[in-house]
Every structure is written in structure tokens, then in C-alpha cells.
Design a binder for this molecule. Structure first.
Ligand code: BES
Ligand code: ZN
Length: 879
């Protein structure tokens, strides 16, 4: 077994030294890059004194170390694979380190690397140590000055954080640029870019009247696709001023879009670096979903300027302090600019599909983990999505005004510091005058809480009695959970669907603005003054990240689908209903019975059309069936074949019974006008395309002709891709034709070709594995580009029916690629490995096959810590 070090949250020690300033000098070359770091170091008076200075560093050749200008010999320091320790340094000193790195050979895309001819960096979380030897930890904050030297012809644009303070020409066709960032920052926020880039300009006047220069950089051929992202940025800047009182601080804000990037984007101070996927858009190549994602991701990274950069993290265990909060901020932003209901529903879908699954498996961890081997494995749905829900709950508990006072206090008090989740909760506690001690369990305990609700109406006393029992399943290392503090928003409806008064018999402090506070294992409430038996609607707006069980009848669910005031609950009623229908159908198939009787379901879906919601996107969302991944969570053991079949049957049934309405809505929502990314048009397109998908379920040639027609005549990617997906997803007559046509049309647009790969990898065709093999052999498949690798491989793992093929060939194939990728890019590899970790959900035969390949991966020589952690944890004994 490997010798692997676990890091524990409780081992935190403040650093022995602080770095006050650091001067970085980069000589970028084709063969090698030389980095010279000169830092002024000071002993930390608060630390337990040791005079040894610890600098992390790896994957570089050390050239020299100087202490106060004197070169050290190797007796004065110790060098290991992880870093350098300089012995006995004075209380104040200057340390100069020179080393050489090879960005052109860096396939991990962490640290300094090259992407399509440009140099760029990614340092969060621990990439800076691949650039130079440095105290690479988030609580060491320094003022950075960066000088970049490079060939002027190949790299005319030289960027780093902060303000440009000097430029000039040098010998041999070289030039330099010098940047200074006045704000102290941890090194994970450092960034550098050098390349032959174009840019677009704009500006933003802050509310205090300062003019901020905005620029988005990318390769010349993409420059026309940056305008939408620029509008996203300006919307985000304004929103943060209005909703959080946060103003931008530097005189300029730059974004660079790069093709090869491990994540979505990165919030480096004043110089955000983005995956092109989240910047580039025009109607012809980007879908409505892409536009929405750009709004969200641009806002997210911008919002980090306060929640992350001005106030940063003490240590990586606190990651949710910046990510959970910033996701909550970008969620709120997206709700405010799009369809609020649909945006919320999509957030909940994401949480339930990914985070609930994570919370239920061997990798479950609290939003603030206690231990890790490799921190990059903790950029998870739990830290992000559940972390965001935890902030949302705080806001629900405190109310809008006090929440805002709390964030103001947090940003004021901790500006320029590296802090903890606890500091944030304390601010909320202080302004809210509430005791949040039980709320803190959300930070400590993993697992998705389950609420079981029972109720009884007492006609004589006109009262409605509700009892709520909460529990939380065991998770690795956590057996007995303490009850969570849960805000449960609810409503009571009368038989006409009107809201009834919510009045508690006692304990009035436990009900505020329709929110009940649960803090014990068992909570009982009696609502009074109810003239008739109410229908209860719980968890409005999804007020807490929990699973809720309450015995609704089919008729009650159908009633809520049309009458609930809360859009989320309305949708949720439909979701509950269809999950039940799919499971019922599955059981009938398992018992060899013919599934019948969908009348209530059909009527309920028909009523969705009859409602004529003004928000078309909401109608479309109501029509979509729950994902397989979500239905799976309702089953103890998954029978994947019957489950897929059952979902298909339900879809086909709806399609055939409601064909007329689908046809009508498909036609009525065609738009003759040019593409516009507006709420209304997005809704029309979404609704129209959902209808088209249902219509094509009939397999009728006329329906495929309709889809082909849309594919060929569409003036925008949303419509073209929707038709493409329909024609490619199944073995339709036009499948090969459109695959070829689409490729020829878009082969020069990598982001569109990613979609082309992804849709094929997600398809359901009889010769699936042959088709997949073709994709993996395709000349445009490039495992080194994360977007392309994910388009094929991650999509394949999400194709549950084929990935979980009973032969086990899906597992074999993915394990080969995990191993291959691990040697190239450990972060992408370990992400991919998570697809095998929930093996306990499947039947014995599949469990065995999955475990077998996991064991094969973990046995690989020189496996990265990243992949090792994911795979070994998933194989560990059950909880
Ligand atoms: N700080 C992260 C980038 C990051 C992710 C660094 C993983 C290191 C490891 C950034 O702010 C972020 O969260 N990006 C998200 C997108 C966002 C909209 C949730 C991403 O890249 O997926
Ligand atoms: Zn983030």
C-alpha cells in the first residue's frame, strides 16, 4: 500500500512566517521558463517560534536560493519532493529563489502551462508550488509585483494581476510588462497570461463614480463571440452593488478565455481566467443553456472578488466559505435575471442529481470536510451546491434585511483577512440575535436529512396537527447524527386552492413568514382556526436540502400541480407523481405484467397545457420527466434495464395521449423572428423543443421529417441541437446523415464539436459500443483537452443504460481511460473515477464488476494522489 498523508482540519497551525511582498520575474521561453521570486519575509509574532522557513515546491529545477543576497549552500536548506526548508532564517529577511520549469510539457494544466500557443496559469488550490517555491497556503497574504519577459512577436500581450506599471522593449526581439497588485492576496489568486491575443473593451462606472476599464481577451478568431459575456459582467457588477453593497476595487478588470482548462473558470484577482465554454457565444454556436451558463459563471467569478479574494480562506477545509457563498450569490443573481422558478428548479435538480448521490455514497463528507488527501477532490457538489443551500437557509432564517446586515458585517470585519466558516456564522448570529449553535451541524455532519411528516385534521377543534420526524443516514466515519436546524417553508391550501391562514396554537416563535423551525428529532405543531381540512404544501422554494416524505394521494398531487402558489412545489408535485409512475411501471415490468392505467397522469399533464402559464419555460420544465439519476435515488437496488424501459414507456404514453397538444404547442411556439436571448424567447424555444422530443417518441417518419426540417433550417444552436439530439439519440433513419452534416458544418468550432461528441456519447443505439469506439478513434478526439475528454468520457458515464451494460465492458473501458488520463491530468482522471464509486447501489453482479475495475485502478503504479483518494475511499468497508 502507498504511504499517503491525510491532512486534518484540526491540525491547523498559523504560519511561522508571513510574506509581505513578493516580486516575481518570469522569463518565458520555448525550451524553459525561468522564475525568480524575491520575497520579504517576516517571522510571525503570533506563531510558535521556529526559525525554519517552509516553502512548498514541486516539478521544477532549483537554480539558486539567496538569503539577504547571499547564496545558500545545500547545507543551509533541505529539499524534498514537496518543497524546501530554509534553516534558521532571521526575523526579517529577503529570500530569492530561482528555478526553471517547462510549461510546454505541463499536461496537468495546473501551475504555468501552455494552451494553443499561449501561456496561462491555474493556481487554485495548490498549483502555485509548481511555479516557484513559496508558502503556498491561503493564509499567507502578500503584495505581488510581476515582471513578464517574452518574445514580442509570439507573445505581444503580457498580463498579470492588478495594474500595469511599466512596459518596454528588450534585446533579441523580447519585451516586458510589469504589473503591480496593491491588494494583498494568497498565491492561489496569482495569474499570468502571455500570448497573441485580441480583446474587446468596455467600462463600468461604479456607484461611487469610479470608472473601471473592462476587457475580455481571447484568440482573434473568437473575438466576435465575447460580447455577451461582457454584458454578463456588467450585469453582475451592478447586481453586486445593489444586493450586497459590493463595489469593484481595481481600475481594471480582465477576463481571458482559454481552450484548455480543468474547470469552468477561476477568480484570480483582477484577471479571471475562463474556459472558452463559459465566455464564447453567438446565436449560431451557443445554446440558450450556454448563454445562461455564461451569465452564471461570469457572475460567480466576479462575485469572488469579495467573497473569496478580499475576504479569503484560512485553510482549504474552509472552501465552502467562499464557494458555497459565491454559488448562493450566483444562484440569486441568475434567479433575478431569468425565470426565477425555472432557475430554482434547475438548481434543485442539480443538487439532487449530484449532491444527494454524493451524500449517499462512500465519498459523503460535510460541507466543511475534516480530512483530505488531495484538496482538489473537495471541489464537490457538497461543498458547492449544498454549501450554497446552507447559506440560503441562513437567509431564510434571518430574513433578507438581517442577512444583508450579516454579510455587510462579514465583509467589513474581515476585509484583507483569511478566515473561517465559523467567522461567517458568527456574523449572522450577531446581527440576527439568534442562537445558531444547532445550525452549525450543517457544517459538521454529512448525509441528507430525511423528514417524515404525518398530519391529522381535527374537525371539531378546527385544528391541523403535524408531526415531523427527522433522521439522517450514517455516512463514512459518522454514525449518530444530531438533529439539524431546518427552516421548513410551508403553506396550507383550501379546496379551491386558496391559501389558508397559518397560525400555531403555541410556540409562535417557531413560525415566521411561513417558515417552521425544526431543531429536534421530533417536532409537533398544531395549526388552528382552520375551517376545513387543509392540503399541506411543504418545503416551498426548497427551503432546505432534505428529502421529504409525506403521504400525498395521487389526486392531491394532481391538485398541487395546478393549484400550488409556490412554483417549486407545483413542479415538485409533478415530479413526485411521475417518479411514482415510473417506479410502478418498473415493478410491473419486473413482474412481467403489462403496464397500464396512466389516466390520472395523462390528465395531470393535460392540465399543464390548460394552465397556459405565462412563463413558457416553466411549462416546458413541468413537461420534462425526472432524470434516471433522480429516480434511481428512490430505489434501494437499481435494476437499470427495467428502469430505463419504464421511463421510456411513461414518456411514450404521454406522447401518444397528448400528441395533439404537443403538435399545437410545437407549431405555436415557432418564432419567425431572428434569435434573441430574452426570457420570453428562451421559454418558447424550450417548450417547442420539449414538444418535439415527445412527438418524435412515436417514431413516425413524419415526426423525424419535422425534426430534420428544424435541424436543417434552424438559425440558432438551441433549435439545431435539440433536433440533432432527437435524431441522433435513437436509431433513426437520419442518424448517420445528420451526424455527418453537423460535423461538416461545425468542424472549425471546437465548442460545437464538443456537443457533437457529447450527444453521440449519450445516445441509445443498438451498436452503442461500436459507435463509442469510433468517437474515441476520431481524429478530433483529444484526451489532453479537458472539454473534449469530458464530452466523450464523462457523457459516456452519464449514459446509465450503456455505461452499466451487464457485461461490464463499460466499467472496463472507463477504467482504462482513467488510468491513461491519470498520467496526463490527475484532476480530470479523478473526476471521471467518481462514476464508479456508487457501486453499492447496483446488483451483486455489477457490484463485483465495478469493484474489480476499481481494484485494478488503485493497484496502478504511481497513481496520482487524486485518483488514489477517490478510488480507495470508494472501496473502503461500508459505513
Ligand atoms: N475557484 C473556482 C475554480 C476552481 C475549481 C479552482 C476547482 C480549483 C478547483 C471557481 O470559482 C469555480 O468555482 N468555478 C466553477 C464554476 C462556478 C460557476 C461554480 C467551475 O469551474 O466549475
Ligand atoms: Zn467559485
Amino acid at each position: 500500500m502507498k504511504k499517503i498523508k491525510l491532512n486534518y482540519r484540526n491540525d491547523y497551525k498559523i504560519p511561522n512566517h508571513v510574506v509581505e511582498t513578493v516580486d516575481l520575474r518570469f522569463e518565458l521561453g520555448e525550451e524553459k521558463t525561468t522564475v525568480t521570486a524575491t520575497m520579504t519575509v517576516k517571522a510571525n509574532v503570533k506563531a510558535e517560534q521556529t526559525a525554519d522557513l517552509l516553502l512548498y515546491g514541486k516539478d521544477q529545477t532549483l537554480c539558486h536560493v539567496k538569503l539577504d543576497k547571499t547564496q545558500l549552500s545545500d547545507k543551509d536548506y533541505k529539499k524534498t519532493d514537496e518543497g524546501l526548508t530554509l534553516f534558521n532564517v532571521p526575523k526579517r529577511c529577503t529570500v530569492e529563489i530561482c528555478s526553471e520549469i517547462k510549461p510546454q510539457e505541463n499536461t496537468s494544466l495546473m501551475g504555468l502551462y501552455k494552451s494553443k500557443g499561449m501561456f496561462c496559469t491555474q493556481c487554485e488550490s495548490e498549483g502555485f508550488r509548481k511555479i516557484t517555491y513559496y508558502p503556498d497556503r491561503p493564509d499567507v497574504l502578500a503584495v505581488f509585483t510581476v515582471t513578464i519577459i517574452a518574445d514580442k512577436k509570439s507573445y505581444p500581450v503580457l498580463l498579470a494581476n492588478g495594474n500595469l506599471v511599466d512596459t518596454g522593449d528588450l534585446q533579441d526581439g523580447k519585451h516586458f510588462a510589469k504589473w503591480h497588485d496593491p491588494f494583498k492576496k494568497p498565491c492561489y489568486l496569482f495569474a499570468l497570461v502571455a500570448g497573441d491575443l485580441s480583446h474587446i473593451d468596455d467600462h463600468f462606472i461604479t456607484r461611487s463614480g469610479r470608472k473601471v476599464h473592462l476587457a475580455i481577451y481571447t484568440h482573434q478568431h473568437n473575438i466576435d463571440k465575447c460580447h455577451f459575456a461582457m454584458t454578463s459582467l456588467k450585469k453582475a457588477m451592478k447586481w453586486d452593488e445593489e444586493h450586497y453593497g459590493r463595489e469593484y476595487d481595481l481600475d481594471q478588470f480582465m477576463i481571458v478565455a482559454v481552450d484548455d482548462f480543468n474547470f469552468g473558470a477561476m477568480e484570480n484577482k483582477g484577471l479571471n481566467i475562463f474556459n472558452t465554454q463559459y465566455i464564447l457565444a453567438d446565436p449560431k454556436t451557443a445554446t440558450d443553456q450556454d448563454y445562461a451558463n455564461i451569465d452564471t459563471v461570469v457572475a460567480h467569478e466576479y462575485f469572488h472578488n469579495w467573497s473569496g479574494n478580499r475576504v479569503t480562506l484560512r485553510d482549504w477545509f474552509q472552501l465552502t466559505l467562499k464557494e458555497g457563498l459565491t454559488v448562493f450569490r450566483d444562484h440569486s443573481f441568475s434567479e433575478s435575471i431569468g425565470s426565477a422558478a425555472v432557475t430554482r428548479i434547475q438548481q434543485v435538480n442539480k443538487l439532487r442529481n449530484f449532491q444527494f448521490a454524493e451524500d449517499h455514497g462512500p465519498l459523503a463528507h460535510p460541507i466543511r470536510p475534516d480530512a483530505y488527501i488531495e484538496v482538489s477532490n473537495f471541489y464537490t457538489a457538497t461543498v458547492y451546491e449544498k454549501g450554497s443551500e446552507v447559506i440560503r437557509m441562513l437567509k431564510t432564517i434571518l430574513g433578507d434585511e438581517l442577512y444583508r446586515r450579516g454579510t455587510d458585517l462579514y465583509f467589513d470585519r474581515y476585509d484583507g483577512q483569511a478566515v473561517t466558516c465559523e467567522n461567517f456564522v458568527q456574523c449572522m448570529e450577531e446581527v440576527g440575535d439568534v442562537d445558531l449553535s444547532k445550525f452549525r451541524y450543517w457544517y459538521e455532519q454529512a448525509g441528507t436529512p430525511v423528514l417524515r411528516i404525518r398530519s391529522k385534521y381535527d374537525r371539531k377543534n378546527k385544528s391541523f396537527y403535524v408531526v415531523i420526524k427527522q433522521s439522517c443516514p450514517n455516512t463514512p466515519g459518522q454514525q449518530h447524527k444530531k438533529p439539524f436546524y431546518i427552516p421548513l417553508k410551508m403553506m396550507l391550501l383550501d379546496k379551491h386552492g386558496k391559501q389558508m391562514p397559518l397560525k400555531l396554537e403555541d410556540k409562535p416563535q417557531r413560525l415566521k413568514n411561513n417558515v417552521l423551525i425544526l431543531e429536534e428529532e421530533l417536532s409537533e405543531f398544531t395549526f388552528v382556526d382552520l375551517k376545513e381540512k387543509p392540503l399541506a404544501s411543504f418545503l416551498c422554494g426548497f427551503s432546505a436540502p432534505v428529502k421529504l416524505h409525506y403521504r400525498y394521494t395521487e389526486h392531491q398531487l394532481a391538485f398541487l400541480m395546478t393549484h400550488d402558489y409556490d412554483r417549486f412545489c407545483q413542479w415538485e408535485a409533478g415530479e413526485r407523481y411521475t417518479v411514482n409512475e415510473i417506479i410502478r411501471t418498473m415493478k410491473q415490468l419486473q413482474a412481467d405484467e403489462t403496464p397500464t392505467n396512466y389516466q390520472i397522469l395523462i390528465n395531470a399533464v393535460r392540465s399543464i397545457f390548460d394552465e397556459e402559464y405565462s412563463d413558457k419555460q416553466f411549462t416546458a420544465e413541468m413537461l420534462l420527466l425526472p432524470t434516471l439519476a433522480y429516480v434511481m435515488q428512490h430505489l434501494k437496488k437499481v435494476d437499470i434495464e427495467h428502469l430505463c424501459k419504464a421511463r421510456e414507456i411513461v414518456m411514450k404514453r404521454i406522447a401518444s395521449e397528448l400528441e395533439d397538444s404537443m403538435e399545437k404547442y410545437y407549431q405555436a411556439n415557432q418564432s419567425g423572428d431572428a434569435y434573441n436571448y430574452s426570457k420570453d424567447d428562451v421559454g418558447r424555444r424550450h417548450l417547442k423543443n420539449v414538444c418535439l422530443a415527445y412527438l418524435s417518441e412515436s417514431q413516425h417518419p413524419q415526426r423525424f421529417d419535422m425534426a430534420l426540417q428544424q435541424f436543417e433550417t434552424a438559425d440558432n444552436m438551441t433549435d439545431q441541437l435539440a433536433a440533432f439530439a432527437i435524431l441522433v439519440n435513437k436509431d433513426t433513419p437520419y442518424r448517420q446523415q445528420v451526424i455527418e452534416q453537423f460535423y461538416q458544418q461545425w468542424r472549425h468550432e471546437p465548442l460545437v464539436i464538443d456537443k457533437w461528441f457529447a450527444i453521440q456519447a449519450l445516445a441509445d443505439v443498438p451498436d452503442y459500443y461500436d459507435q463509442l469506439a469510433q468517437l474515441l478513434k476520431h481524429k478530433d478526439f483529444n484526451i489532453k483537452n479537458p472539454n473534449r475528454a469530458r464530452a466523450v468520457l464523462a457523457s459516456f458515464t452519464r449514459n446509465l443504460k450503456h455505461f452499466h451494460d451487464s457485461s461490464g465492458r463499460g466499467y472496463q473501458l472507463i477504467s482504462q481511460y482513467i488510468i491513461k488520463l491519470d498520467a496526463i491530468n490527475p484532476m480530470v482522471a479523478s473526476r471521471l473515477a467518481t462514476s464508479l464509486t456508487n457501486w453499492r447501489q447496483f446488483d451483486k453482479a455489477r457490484q463485483k464488476l465495478m469493484k474489480q475495475v476499481l481494484k485494478g485502478v488503485v493497484a496502478v503504479d504511481r497513481l496520482s494522489k487524486d485518483t488514489y483518494e477517490i478510488v480507495s475511499k470508494s472501496l473502503a468497508k461500508g459505513v
